[in-house]
Design a protein around this ligand. Structure first.
Ligand code: GLN
Length: 482
């Protein structure tokens, strides 16, 4: 059962061939057998999850299903609030924090009958590219457990790749859905900024964050995106947009596909895969148009100035008074703040708070933050120019395949470069998805990133649909995990 795709499971549920209880049990068993090796879940409460599944089974039995998704299991990254559940962001500072309310995306999933599997591991406060910054555990890549699953939604991607769930939610600030999806051989979509409410997502960098789905097939992405989208009065940046139409394969003939020059820093296998996919597109009649991405070389510095500035402000709320952990040695109030934050935050989070505070401080604001905002506009404009010439952009998602645990932890800059192909999309607010793009000679997944103009998710999904039967892009998820 665990090798089945989301679309097959949906069909089995709706034909009554499997009950939500049975399906949930399949996944709970799988989690019990493989998660000790993968460590995607920070915690799991089987009896509570099963109870919800039984309620769903009852609804279906009595003809009162909430939707076609009633009874479908979905994993939740640990920075999305679920009422009555821990929401730790994989940080010590929130180790005992229980959310008093549901995020809007959670309300929406529940109203459609999805069965929530909370507690997926992540980099602390979503800062990282390998899930090694979790203060609790390192999640492993199901294709090779010596390697990282990517990050920061590493738990969400690894759980789907290991067959522990058909679909999950992650969050993407600079690549955190797409990069782990790529390294784990699954689909992962970052919606247009504003399509999905951020209410109840613990903020990292508010002008960049979006929640999105990770799934083992395109239908899973499509259905979950459909359910979680929509304007929400509790998030003033959310937008009311036309509904996303169901995807239909589009003709590749005559399609204008924006492409980029292969870069030296990409691994050879990524270069080769990308070139061969472009050849295949050409042979099917697509017009390949090379775009000038030279400005995007600056997207990493721009992103790290803006993201750290916003995080230094967002994370100021964790002061030991209002949320989570408190270290009170009965000294002065300042000491309470200092001691709580010193022991509650990990190294990378502290580094970013320092960087962000510095670039926002008077005397440096204009030189760093102000400049970065201006440069961000240039990135956005460059995409506007691109989309005057092309219908979609196709690039690799990540310059490398999954790297070894520990390989980049000593060198933050190396780690930051893992997102060299993903961050500019967030700076421009565009929708973008990583799809499976075949494997390298070691059997490690390669991902391809499709980007389209804002609000054009339908185009994105339809283009992906046209590629979904390509043998060259297929990745079979690992059944056996060692
Ligand atoms: N790796 C990037 C960072 O560390 C992106 C993270 C994300 O998208 N949440 O900030």
């Amino acid at each position: 059962m665990i090798e089945k795709k989301y679309s097959e499971l949906k069909q089995l549920l709706n034909e009554g061939k499997i009950t939500p209880t049975q399906l949930t049990q399949v996944y709970l068993d799988r989690i019990e057998s493989v998660d000790p090796k993968i460590k995607a879940f920070l915690r799991i409460k089987p009896s509570e999850i099963l109870k919800k599944a039984e309620e769903s089974t009852e609804r279906r039995k009595s003809g009162k299903k909430l939707s076609d998704f009633d009874g479908m299991p979905i994993g939740i990254k640990d920075n999305i609030c679920i009422q009555g559940e821990y929401t730790t962001c994989s940080s010590q500072i929130l180790e005992n924090f229980v959310s008093p309310y549901n995020a809007t995306v959670i309300e929406k999933l529940l109203s459609h009958g999805f069965i929530l599997f909370p507690g997926l591991n992540m980099d602390e406060f979503a800062m990282g590219s390998s899930t090694e910054n979790s203060s609790y555990q390192v999640t492993r890549n199901p294709f090779d457990t010596q390697r990282i699953p990517g990050g920061s939604s590493g738990g969400s991607a690894a759980a789907v790749a290991a067959g522990m769930l058909p679909v999950s939610l992650g969050s993407d600030t600079g690549g955190s859905i797409r990069q782990p999806a790529s390294l784990c051989g699954v689909y992962g979509l970052k919606p247009t900024y504003g399509r999905v409410s951020r209410y109840g997502l613990v903020a990292y960098a508010s002008s960049l964050d979006q929640i999105g789905p990770i799934a083992n097939d395109l239908s899973g992405i499509e259905d979950v995106l459909h359910v979680i989208s929509g304007k929400d009065n509790r998030d003033s940046t959310s937008l009311s947009l036309p509904e996303i139409s169901p995807s239909n394969p589009i003709s590749l003939k005559g399609l204008k596909v924006g492409v980029m020059k292969v870069a030296d820093e990409w691994e050879d296998s990524v270069k080769e895969k990308y070139s061969s996919i472009l050849d295949e597109l050409k042979s099917k009649g697509s017009e390949l148009i090379e775009l000038d991405f030279s400005l995007h070389d600056y997207s990493i510095p721009i992103y790290y100035i803006i993201a750290t500035a916003e995080c230094s402000s967002n994370l100021s709320r964790f002061d030991g008074i209002r949320y989570g952990k408190r270290v009170d040695q009965k000294k002065k109030l300042e000491d309470l703040y200092l001691d709580t934050r010193t022991s509650g935050f990990g190294t990378e989070v502290k580094r970013r708070i320092l960087l962000g505070t510095f670039s926002l401080s008077s005397g440096y604001y204009d030189a760093y933050y102000g400049q970065a905002q201006k440069a961000r506009v240039l990135i956005r404009k460059s995409y506007e120019e691109f989309f005057k010439k092309v219908d979609v952009i196709l690039q690799p998602t990540s310059p490398t395949t999954a790297f070894r645990v520990g390989e980049k932890t000593q060198d933050p800059i190396q780690m930051y470069r893992a997102d060299v192909l993903t961050t500019s999309v967030n700076l421009a607010g565009l929708p973008s998805m990583s799809i499976p793009g075949g494997t390298d000679e070691k059997g490690l997944p390669i991902g391809m990133q499709i980007t389209v103009p804002s609000f054009e998710e339908s185009r994105l999904l339809s283009f992906a649909r046209s590629l979904s039967d390509w043998k060259s892009l297929e990745i079979s998820l690992p059944g056996k995990i060692s």
